[in-house]
Ligand binder design. Structure first.
Ligand SMILES: C[S@@+](CC[C@H](N)C(=O)[O-])C[C@H]1O[C@@H](n2cnc3c(N)ncnc32)[C@H](O)[C@@H]1O
Length: 225
């Protein structure tokens, strides 16, 4: 059986998922759930799609992969088509972080204990959301692509998230505590590009000023390694 290839950001998400029952919200082509099943990383998968075109595409792809018995495709918005406790983990990839936060807020008790998220823009709102909703950031990846794609794994846990200990908070929320500690060349390039972009925009009281301070703090952490 041919193995469908994933682009690098979905490949990174794949390796952060291992559970019995998984949901992929906003799946479109269903490439991630198909690989999750084929590689034995999950036992069963529920695909949720809001829009008719992507829903039909997911159904076709799952049928072509002959995985209808393992992957169920449901129409609906976010976690609404799932029963509370039905899935152990869920992914959302290729959407804006603000859209994801809205979906997570509306999910309530349908939200599973493990979430793997790949926003197409700044992941900061997701890191803030996790700290306020009893999830710890347990793994992060930064993947080169059209721009650097962050991939986050969140696990439900009590207490303060230890990932942020001894790091400047705004820098860690913007760039990622695990990514800052890891200090990859890709992150360093992103921080330096942000500083170059923000210097002409920054002025007291402006958002750009706070972003610049976070970027400079991040660079200090990276240079201390
Ligand atoms: C840009 S595509 C990303 C597809 C795939 N996850 C990936 O990363 O390649 C976003 C998909 O999310 C779906 N979507 C957006 N909002 C949604 C929601 N509230 N519930 C379910 N699906 C949603 C869209 O229909 C679209 O197919």
């Amino acid at each position: 059986m041919p193995t469908s290839t994933l682009d690098a950001r979905l490949e990174a998400a794949l390796h952060l998922i291992r559970s019995e029952v998984h949901a992929d919200i906003g799946s479109d082509h269903a490439h991630l759930p198909i690989r999750l099943i084929r590689e034995g990383r999950v036992g069963r998968c529920v695909v949720v799609e809001l829009n008719p075109g992507p829903l039909a595409l997911a159904q076709r792809k799952v049928a072509r992969a002959r995985l209808e018995d393992r992957i169920e495709v449901r129409a609906g918005n976010g976690f609404a088509p799932l029963r509370p406790g039905e899935v152990d983990s869920a992914s959302m990839t290729g959407m804006g972080a603000g859209t994801m936060v809205g979906i997570l807020d509306r999910a309530g008790e349908r939200r599973p204990p493990t979430l793997v998220l790949q926003p197409n823009d700044s992941p900061r709102p997701l890191r803030v959301w996790a700290r306020e909703h009893g999830y710890h950031l347990t793994a992060e990846r930064l993947i080169a692509g059209y721009w650097p794609y962050p991939v986050l794994r969140l696990d439900r846990a009590g207490g303060t998230d230890p990932a942020y200990a001894s790091l400047p908070l705004n820098a860690a929320l913007r760039y990622g505590p695990h990514l800052l500690r890891e200090g990859s060349g890709l992150l360093r390039e992103q921080v330096e590009a942000d500083i170059a972009r923000l210097v002409p925009l920054a002025a007291p009281g402006r958002t750009a000023q706070m972003e610049l301070e976070a970027a400079r703090d991040a660079l200090t952490v990276l240079e201390g390694q």
